[in-house]
Design a protein around this ligand. Structure first.
Ligand code: COA
Length: 317
């Protein structure tokens, strides 16, 4: 029995979903999420989405044993534009009984060919916004995927982490309270979002964090112009920081670079935590942080929940 590779078709939905949830137990999704984050993504292109099929017995329908989704921007992403040259592989998996038979390699070759044809030969796994599933290969849950990608010429770009903590025992440390007092004296404050901040928040994000942060703010405020799950750091009446949560998910979060290192980050963080607690949240988690931001969250008592590696390969443009 052998397998063949073809493009994804509308009828594959249920079979792909079932295989997804079997192969990615830490990242199970519903049909609704599958449709929303894949099929309804304006960048989705079935020419970049592949399945591996086998025909188990005569007369029976072909069975799907592998899946791989590659993406490039068909539409500009706010001020990030089309991110020319960049492509992503956001999900891939093979049925356990069909592993080590080069199914994933064949799927990958097809995706690389597609992305190259589209002029997006710098391929990342997978810091694609907004519809990423795992922000890089999970080094613990799916350790074999990083070995597979290395074997196929992908190299590490950076480590990124999912982190979290309980909110039940959060107390603002004395030294942070002192810093906050000094910041208040020098004109800095934090406020829950108010509609009168709308333009200033959007301009702040457009200039300092174009792309996904801007998108989150725009969508949340459009959906609810009085959204109280956004907080802003202010210097006088100028917006110099932004934080956001949705359910227990914390972030995105960003301070104006000019004001780094003054304690504004902890001040905005603790105010956000306070607001989350007021709204009945018991835990906080974030999906994706790295570098110095990871150390920042570590100091605030967050623990690493997931370890990921963003990987990259250049297949030419
Ligand atoms: C990662 C995965 C897709 C690989 O699929 P696959 O079809 O078995 O991969 P291939 O047969 O094409 O492997 C090609 C090469 O990669 C390396 N490789 C693949 N799986 C490996 C493993 N478990 N251990 C070590 N090396 C591995 C090997 O060098 C292999 O070549 P070889 O078999 O000739 O030695 C599959 O293991 C899987 O579905 N894992 C769970 C889901 C997942 O991790 N998805 C990624 C997150 S989105």
């Amino acid at each position: 029995m052998t397998y063949s590779i073809r493009h994804y078709e509308a009828e594959d939905e249920q079979a792909v979903l079932a295989l997804w949830n079997q192969c990615l137990p830490r990242d199970e999704i519903s049909l609704n999420t599958f449709r929303r984050k894949i099929i309804l993504d304006p960048n989705f292109d079935a020419r970049g989405c592949f399945v591996a099929t086998v025909k188990p017995q005569r007369g029976l329908q072909k069975e799907i044993v592998g899946f791989l989704l590659s993406i490039r921007r068909r539409y500009p992403y706010y001020d990030l534009g089309l991110e020319p040259g960049k492509g992503w592989i956001t999900a891939f998996f093979v049925h356990p009984q069909w592993r080590r038979q080069h199914v994933a390699t064949k799927l990958l070759i097809e995706a690389e060919r597609f992305l190259k044809q589209e002029g997006t030969g710098r391929i990342f796994v997978s810091d694609y916004t907004p519809n990423y599933f795992i922000p890089g290969v999970d080094l613990d849950a799916y350790a074999e995927s990083s070995l597979f990608l290395k074997e196929n010429g992908y190299k590490k770009v950076e480590n990124v982490y999912g982190m979290g903590r309980s909110l039940v025992d959060v107390n603002v440390p004395e030294e942070v309270n002192n810093v906050i007092k000094k910041l208040n004296e020098s004109g800095f404050s934090v406020s829950v979002f108010h509609p009168s901040y709308t333009l200033k928040v959007l301009e702040f994000l457009r200039q300092n964090y174009p792309g996904d942060l801007f998108r989150v703010a725009l969508e949340r405020i459009t959906e609810n112009p009085e959204c109280d799950e956004i907080l802003v750091a202010l210097k006088g009446d100028e917006v110099v920081g932004f934080s956001h949560f949705l359910d227990e998910r914390f972030g995105p979060f960003g301070i104006h670079k000019e004001y780094n290192g003054r304690g504004l980050g902890p001040m905005l963080y603790y105010s956000t935590v306070q607001q989350m607690r007021k709204k009945g949240k018991h835990n906080l988690w974030l999906a994706w942080t790295s570098g110095r931001a990871k150390d920042f969250y570590h100091k605030l008592g967050l623990k690493v929940l997931r370890r990921h590696m963003i990987m990259k390969k250049n297949v030419g443009e």
